[in-house]
Design a protein around this ligand. Structure first.
Ligand SMILES: [Fe+2]
Length: 247
């Protein structure tokens, strides 16, 4: 249950969804927060207009990255028939326009990674390949059963929330959470490129090993520009509209 003895500030980001404007804003936000190490929770692609540029940036960062369901859908490692119409349309367009090199990068991502004292997984630890959602304390309880580190970061639902397991599992929507040594903590850091908590600002997590604090940080970005690109690309209008409302 030990934490890193060194003082480190980790920037945890995911669910970028091909939204270049949001990704750039989050990278600037992490720089401002003096992040030492970045890690990525996957779903680099899907939904948005800039999949290649977002892959290029994440690959260039060289940060530990896990696979999201949209990353695997684009490279046909999961069936797009399970997606709703709009998600499917975007995934198929990404499949068409991405290079073989970009697809190889997405295809090579692992489902679970370990960085120092924490675990990274896009969805759940009990069946990461199924990409199920952690939406209730019971879902979190199942995920905690498979958690071997004191701390875990997840994405997928696009809604920031923290689950804490002591004798029972509780949750909080607070944007500042003290990580307790006698508990296990699982943090959903929200979404860079398609927030769904009715706050359109891009979201990322900040983990400070000295303060023993996790913060959910929000940054404003040019939502209108990202939306216009989605329309211009011929993608469903609803994918542009939802960015304005954070849904
Ligand atoms: Fe996602």
């Amino acid at each position: 249950m030990g934490y890193d003895p060194r003082s480190m500030r980790y920037g945890i980001f995911g669910d970028i969804h091909a939204n270049l404007e949001a990704l750039e804003a989050v990278l600037a936000g992490m720089k401002k927060e003096r992040v030492d190490v970045m890690v990525c929770l996957g779903d680099i692609v899907g939904y948005g207009a800039d999949p290649a540029k977002c892959i290029d940036i994440v690959r260039g960062l060289g940060c530990t990255t896990v696979a999201g369901n949209h990353d695997f859908a684009v490279v046909d490692k999961i069936n797009v028939d399970f997606f709703n119409t709009y998600a499917r349309e975007a995934a198929l367009w990404h499949r068409e326009i991405l290079s073989d090199e970009d697809k190889r990068f997405l295809s090579g991502l692992k489902l679970v990674e370990y960085v120092d004292s924490f675990t990274l997984v896009h969805a759940t630890l009990y069946s990461p390949e199924l990409f199920e959602y952690i939406q209730t304390s019971y879902d979190a309880h199942l995920a905690f059963e498979n958690l071997t580190t004191p701390l875990c970061f997840v994405g997928h639902s696009h809604v920031p929330v923290t689950f804490v397991q002591k004798r029972t599992v509780s949750f909080t929507m607070d944007s500042a959470v003290k990580v307790e040594l006698n508990a296990k903590t699982m943090v959903n850091v929200g979404s860079v490129g398609q927030p769904r908590d009715e706050n359109p600002d891009a979201s990322f997590g900040l983990w400070d090993t000295e303060e023993k604090m996790v913060w959910i940080k929000r940054v404003k970005y040019d939502v209108e520009k990202a939306s216009r690109k989605i329309i211009k690309a011929g993608l469903p209008e609803i994918l542009a509209e939802r960015l304005r409302y954070g849904r």
